[in-house]
Every structure is written in C-alpha cells, then in structure tokens.
Design a protein around this ligand. Structure first.
Ligand SMILES: [Zn+2]
Length: 439
C-alpha cells in the first residue's frame, strides 16, 4: 500500500546514538526497565517494565512490512489491509490524543502508553474518543480508513491501517519487534503460587505451551483448577488436570482486562466486556458469546458471584459499581460506590464487594446498604483486585510495586507482600490452601 507518512509523524526524527543500533537501544530499555527474579523465575514487573503491548490486528493481512516502509523512505510502520470502518482496538493501555489531518498520515490517533512509549494509528475515518481519554488494552479507539482521497486518509491510496510505535527516545520502532522483545505483551506467562509452598510462583504450562494472558479468572470444578485468560482479545481455558494445556474457547472480542468466571452447578461461565457491554459465554452452549444487555461497563474490571443459583455481575459504569443479576433480567443498578476496580465474594448470604478508589481498597456489604468503608489498604496500583472467602475469613489480593499483596480480615487488614511478582491477580482456595494467580 503505497503512501507517504514520514512527513506526518510527530516525534519521528530521533536517531539512535552513534555505535548503538535501534535494536540494541530497545533491548537495553526492555531489560533495564523492570525484569525481576522471584524464586529463580524471571517475572515482568508491572511497576517499571516497558508497557504491555499486543497485536490487535493479527487477523488482517500485512500489506506493507516495516522493511517495506523503510525501503521507500518512511520512518517505519506496518500496514494491515482492512475495510474502511473497521474498529481499531488499543494495542495497550494508555491515554488518547487525536491528531486530525496529520499531514500525509491523515487522521491519526496516538496512544500514550506508560514509560514514554507511544503508538500511532494513521489514516482513520473516524475518531471515537476524546483527547485525554484513558483506555485499557482492547478498547476501541477509532475506525480505520485510508480510501484514496477520503477525508482523513492523508496520502493513503487504499483502505488500510498504518501502525507504528515510538520509543521514549522519540524513535519509531516496529510494534511486532517490540512485542517479541517484551514479555509484558499479550503473551504474558501465567504463574501460580500456593500458600503451602511459601508463595513460590511457578509458571503453569502444558503440552500446548505456556499458559499466557493479560487477565486471569480462575474457578474450581470439583478439585480441578481452571484458569481463564485473555490474550489478544481471545479467551483461553487451561485446566490443572489436563497439564494446563491452553485452549482457545472460541470466545473472542473481549476487551481490556475485564474477565470473570464462575462455576454454576457444573456449568462454566465466563464474563467479559465487548464495546461497553457485558457478555456471557457458557460451556453448555458451546461458549457462544452473548450480550447480557448490561451496558456502559468499563473494560478494566468485572466480577461475578453466584448466590442461590442466581448469577450476580459487578461492573464499573461511569466510575461507579453497578450490580446486575440473572433473576432480574440483568437490570443494571448502581450501588453508588465509586471505583476503578471491583471484586465480589459471598459470606453466608451476604454479598460483599471490594473496590479500588484512588489507590485504596474499600469494602461494602449488601446487608449494610452497600455502605462503603475504607479497609485501610492503600498503595494499590492499576485495576488489579481479587478477593475470596477462606473459612469465613475474608482475603483481599492486590498489586503494588509489581508484587501481589495479601490482606485478611482477621489480621486487621494488614497488607503483606507475598513476594509473588506480577500485575494481574486472581485467587481461589482448594482444600484450605490459598492459591494466587498472576501474570
Ligand atoms: Zn504505512
């Protein structure tokens, strides 16, 4: 796809230092920034690692490679052939900056990631978010364009998406090379740590290779541990009794890090967020992904519990926790509790939700009119939160400084570093042993 975007790029002019290749610079950045070792296992650190990026366009043909761009004088990019109007998911979390009529690049959306990295999508036909909007991976940031002469196409001569990244030094880099060099992308390894092994974090993998994912939702089916993870908008299932073989469920379209699962009378249920709506997929309907009609949900956090056979879904809508349940046709009601993340448990017949608001964890219970109380746990990063009931003791798991922390209601919620590295966290209990999952 011939086009000329080099003049359009903001921040594309940087050159590598003399004697140092672009690739060497990138590698140095990746390794120096945040790899850490826990129990002899190399883990990515959420706090300081290069940002997690995945390729949302793997299903589209590459119509012009990175090298192809360079050979015709472009500063670099990868073109993916797709029809005008195709939804463009964010390749990673960040903040949106729209640049209309960005020279030959046309309508350009920039995603400002962590640590000074940026991604740019060019030749858009439509912007969908405002400047400054905060997005999670997979959130739709605009629609593709590129038809010759169309508004916003710039110099493009046919429908396609142009994607490049820019590193903190201002140099364009290939997203696919970046993803290959940084284990923090959509291919993050999933780890399991158990309280009876001093929380040693062990990678779970099987005959089909490593279990990977950017969000984790574990359930128990009898004594079999089942882990659901998100990878590139697809949901995978791995089970402990199958050697943790990682299998695609066929459920796709999931966005961000919102993923939850529950076992309801032997039926495995998965909840995810697609275009702001909560979807449900069930193992007894061949994992067909169905819209529950619960709208406005953030793609960053979702939680599900079952109580007396009724499924309760908690999601973040407009910054507040909403509750919907299957017995009321999924009518979505605000609890009035502000939050950026939610985790739910049951204690007897009482529903309890834990939330993150401004870096602190709060607890609210359905039998107290959802009164929101600060637990005293602060310093929590991101949208990472998990909770479980272990023999009547409420446990909370959070992430801070790249490590999973545990707090329990019987220790006055003292927040303790488990020593387990990772940024996503989920928990379950089996036979009195507490299990943490992180990636
Ligand atoms: Zn291009």
């Amino acid at each position: 796809m011939k086009h000329d975007d080099e003049a359009a790029c903001c921040g594309g002019g940087g050159e590598p230092a003399p004697g140092m290749s672009r690739r060497t610079m990138l590698r140095a950045t990746a390794l120096g920034a945040g790899a850490m070792t826990v129990g002899g296992v190399l883990l990515p650190s959420a706090a300081s690692a290069a940002p997690a990026i995945y390729n949302p366009f793997g299903a589209y043909p590459i119509t012009d490679t990175w090298e192809g761009h360079l050979s015709r004088g472009s500063l670099g990019g990868i073109d993916f052939g797709m029809g005008v109007g195709t939804a463009l998911p964010a390749c990673g979390a960040g903040t949106i900056q729209n640049i209309p009529y960005n020279g030959t690049g046309g309508h350009t959306v920039t995603i400002h990631h962590a640590d000074g990295y940026r991604s740019q999508y060019m030749h858009l036909s439509q912007f969908l978010l405002g400047n400054g909007a905060s997005v999670g991976a997979g959130a739709i940031v605009g629609r593709s364009g590129g038809a010759a002469g169309a508004d916003g196409s710039g110099s493009s001569t046919g429908p396609h998406l142009h994607w490049h990244m820019i590193n903190p030094a201002g140099t364009r880099i290939s997203p696919l090379v970046y993803i290959g060099q940084n284990p923090g992308g959509g291919s993050r390894q999933v780890y399991e740590a158990a309280s009876n092994n001093a929380w040693r974090a062990l990678p779970i993998s099987g005959s089909a290779g490593a279990v990977t994912g950017s969000a984790i939702a574990p359930i128990l089916l009898g004594t079999t541990k089942i882990v659901y993870s998100l990878n590139g908008g697809r949901i995978y299932e791995a089970a402990s009794n199958a050697g943790w073989q990682n299998l695609w469920t066929g459920v796709q379209g999931a966005q961000g890090t919102a993923l939850a699962a529950v076992n309801l009378n032997g039926v495995k249920l998965i909840y995810n967020v697609v275009d702001g709506y909560v979807h449900e997929a069930a193992s007894n309907n061949a994992w067909r992904n169905l819209n529950t009609g619960i709208g406005g949900a953030s793609s960053s956090s979702i939680s599900v519990i079952q109580l007396g056979g009724v499924k309760y879904v908690y999601s973040i809508v407009g910054g507040y926790v909403h509750e919907a349940h299957s017995a009321n046709a999924w009518r979505n009601l605000s609890t009035g509790i502000p939050a950026s993340a939610v985790a739910a448990i049951t204690v007897g017949t009482t529903k309890i939700i834990y939330t993150v608001n401004g870096g602190s964890v709060y607890e609210a219970a359905s039998n107290a009119g959802w009164r929101n109380l600060w637990t005293g746990i602060s310093g929590v990063s991101g949208s990472t939160l998990a909770a479980m009931n272990v023999g009547g003791v409420k446990h909370i798991y959070t992430s801070a400084g790249g490590f999973v922390h545990e707090a329990a209601s019987n220790n006055a919620w003292r927040n303790l570093n488990s020593g387990v590295g990772g940024s996503a966290v989920a928990a379950l209990t089996l036979g009195g042993v507490k299990l943490i999952y992180a990636s």
